[in-house]
Design a protein around this ligand. Sequence first.
Ligand code: AMP
Length: 189
Amino acid sequence: MSSAALRVVLLGAPGSGKGTQAEKLSVALAVPAISTGEMLRRAVAQGTELGRRVDGVMSSGRLVDDELMAEVVRERLAAPDAAAGFLLDGYPRTAAQAATLDGLLAAQGSRLDAVVFLDVPEEVLVQRSLARRRQDDREEVIRERQRVYREQTEPLVELFEARGLLHRIDGDRTMDEVTRAVLGRLGRG
Ligand code: AMP
């Protein structure tokens, strides 16, 4: 396994700019951006078995169950391109998923190098989410996603901080400024 491999989790609320940063950082760091939300949306669009199972939950703004997500992520991380490292966007989202990820990586003899938390004030998040909403997103679904994030995902910030993995980045800046700040913090600036 290459010592240059970089395994990073991007953490942030809906509207924090995670997806955009994942794409930009993926290019800069030459590792794949793995977005579980995009994988699931693709499965829904293609009408696969997975897509049929997750469609209803996704359109409600709630989370797909941890066991199903474990299968999705296990398979994706086993793909050859992920051996060089990855940027995970949208996983883990619960404490159970964080434990699953540790287990998957430990089984490969690897572990997470860093968790980047894009810190954005709540009022900015809601504004951004409303401004950029996908066509099928209703306002109550956007609010439900924020609520689910606060309840299930935000606790991961402290969990990763306690493990000494967390890099808190001010996400209330331009896209390019945020990308530069992350690269600097990862020592790849
Ligand atoms: P995202 O594009 O990351 O906001 O994800 C869109 C939707 O996909 C979420 O609102 C969830 O319903 C589902 N989803 C994506 N990633 C996960 C995950 N790690 N665990 C559970 N559900 C997920």
